[in-house]
Design a protein around this ligand. Structure first.
Ligand SMILES: Cc1cc2nc3c(=O)[nH]c(=O)nc-3n(C[C@H](O)[C@H](O)[C@H](O)COP(=O)(O)OP(=O)(O)OC[C@H]3O[C@@H](n4cnc5c(N)ncnc54)[C@H](O)[C@@H]3O)c2cc1C
Length: 506
């Protein structure tokens, strides 16, 4: 099995696991009244891989075989292959309005990048590099869905993991055994946890290299039904109702969970890094996995921004405010955002260079620009939608209202200049999902934090950026100015009354 169908994906979710939702362990995710809805959305994404319209882009023949795998698992060797992977990402993001942050392709791309950089893991232990390659092949060949958890629980951020009130609040290695390591403690925040086959536990936050910190230095992945692993879901942000009432929230609540490791045995063959703080701290940067991930999520951000632009334009046209200059200015601002994102992604793809294992790595600088601005860009777009929709966003009859005895009044008074009442309500309800619903608020928080704390990301952006060319340019300017000053007297004789040219440089 290399390319799964939706039914196969749902079957995989039946494996018993300790997934807590609203105070209960969910026994059957696919048929759960709330979680089952998003499970079916993800299943639909797996089904798309078999649909004639999408199959050729979403799947790829493995070189040297006749087997097809999801394109997101491809390790691109050329710019064209990288661009093709980007188009597959874009297709999935377009079909989900860019609102599904953790569609499975996100982590597929991550493990493909780690496997290409297997030598990095081998530096800690030759077995770890081999484990990484085998794991990549395993998830690729079984087309598995992964979630990942990178961050320690938010207990005391002023202290390191080993300085917390309990050294095993933060997930750490409790014991090293012949058959693996035993992990105790918790991690946050695993998006897509209920809809995943595997839990990847990767490092992210910088780990101070102090005595006692080594036990938090690891990277591993285990099946979601591993004994002792518990996932505690947040409440659902699907407000219920029909697809008409909540066109996004009712399908794309990807869910988030805290993950508890209650003395969980991680077999050695699933360990990719252990006990090496330096390698753990450099993981995403030095394997070049980050540019690959940025390529995925900036492409999704583009799809999301294009969708928001479409909603904004339709709102403006529907109620005939699109002729006002201040409305046009707001729409033009979203257009500029969209085109900036597109240009950055295009530049990153075209200027890709071979990286670890000969895999083509998108150039990272333009992607970093998006990564460190989208957390402001997206809330601005939301503000534009609120300004355009205004009071109309508050008066939103439901599908039931439309079908009820008050329906004729609704059809009369909710009509718009360029749309009937039903069409206008459908559009404004979609906008409300984005700007006002609980689900929409999570979308905003997601864009602010999913890729890390924007405050620290900006510092990283500044510190890691190669600033030398710009310093040099200014220094060269001064040097040129000084040389020009030297030749200035001959080139332009001073007027008779002027003071003599200064002694500097003469
Ligand atoms: C919707 C959503 C989905 C997510 N999905 C995932 C996922 O799938 N997998 C995953 O692993 N993670 C996920 N995350 C977590 C995400 O990576 C973190 O939210 C992000 O890294 C910030 O960490 P934190 O939330 O612990 O904030 P904290 O680090 O606790 O920060 C809280 C506040 O304190 C400030 N602060 C804290 N420490 C410092 C410091 N050292 N220097 C300066 N300021 C500091 C921050 O700026 C911030 O204002 C998700 C987050 C959200 C909101």
């Amino acid at each position: 099995m290399t390319v799964r169908s939706g039914a196969q994906f749902l079957k995989g979710l039946e494996a018993p696991r300790e997934l807590w939702f609203e105070g209960e362990v969910v026994r059957d995710i696919p048929s759960h009244p709330v979680l089952g809805k998003t499970a079916r959305t993800i299943a639909w994404l797996y089904d798309l891989q078999h649909e004639p319209e999408y199959r050729d882009l979403l799947t790829t023949t493995l070189p040297g075989t006749d087997r097809r795998v999801a394109t997101s698992f491809v390790q691109p060797r050329t710019v064209e292959e990288l661009q093709r992977r980007g188009r597959a990402t874009k297709l999935v993001a377009d079909l989900t309005a860019g609102m599904l942050g953790r569609s499975p392709d996100f982590l597929n791309i991550n493990v493909a990048a780690f496997a290409a950089a297997n030598e990095y893991f081998s530096r800690a232990d030759p077995r770890f590099g081999e484990n990484m390659v085998r794991y990549y092949e395993y998830v690729r060949d079984n087309d598995l869905s992964l979630t990942h958890t990178l961050i320690s629980p938010q207990v005391n951020r002023a202290k390191g993991p080993h300085e917390q009130v309990d050294p095993y609040i933060v997930a750490g290695a409790l014991e090293e055994r012949d058959d693996g390591i035993v992990i105790r403690g918790a991690r946050m925040l695993a998006t897509l946890a209920p809809f995943s086959d595997e839990m990847a536990v990767f490092p992210s936050t910088f780990l101070q290299n102090t005595p006692g910190a080594e036990k938090y230095a690891f990277a591993f992945a285990i099946p979601c039904d591993t004994p002792g692993m518990k996932m505690i879901c947040r409440e659902s942000f699907d407000a219920g109702g029909s697809l008409f009432d909540h066109p996004l929230a009712s399908r794309f609540d990807e869910m988030d969970a805290l993950v508890v490791f209650d003395d969980v045995l991680v077999p050695w063959e699933r360990v990719f890094l252990y006990n090496n703080i330096e390698l753990v701290n450099g993981l995403f940067r030095d394997t070049h996995a980050m540019p690959h991930l940025m390529h995925q999520f900036t492409t999704r951000m583009l799809a999301k921004s294009e969708f928001v632009l479409g909603v904004a334009v339709l709102i403006a046209e529907t109620i005939a405010v699109d002729g006002f200059p201040q409305v046009q200015e707001r729409l033009a601002e979203i257009i500029n955002d969209v085109e900036t994102l597109r240009a950055c992604i295009d530049s990153a793809e075209r200027n890709a260079r071979p990286g670890p294992g000969g895999v083509m790595v998108p150039t990272q600088e333009p992607l970093w620009s998006i990564r460190t601005t989208f957390h402001k860009m997206y809330p601005r777009m939301i503000g534009h939608l609120q300004q355009l929709g205004a009071g109309g966003l508050m008066l939103l009859p439901t599908e039931k209202d439309l079908e009820s005895g008050i329906g004729p009044d609704i059809r009369r008074y909710y009509q718009a200049a360029n749309a009937g009442a039903e069409e206008r309500i459908r559009l404004f309800r979609l906008a409300w999902d984005i700007v006002g619903s609980t689900w929409g608020s999570r979308q905003e928080l997601y864009e602010r934090f999913f890729s890390g704390d924007p405050v620290r990301l900006m510092s990283t952006r500044y510190v890691s950026y190669d600033k030398a060319p710009y310093r040099d340019r200014v220094r060269a300017f001064f040097e040129r100015s000084a040389r020009q000053a030297e030749v200035a007297p001959a080139a332009a004789p001073a007027p008779a009354a002027a003071a003599p040219v200064g002694a500097r440089g003469q």
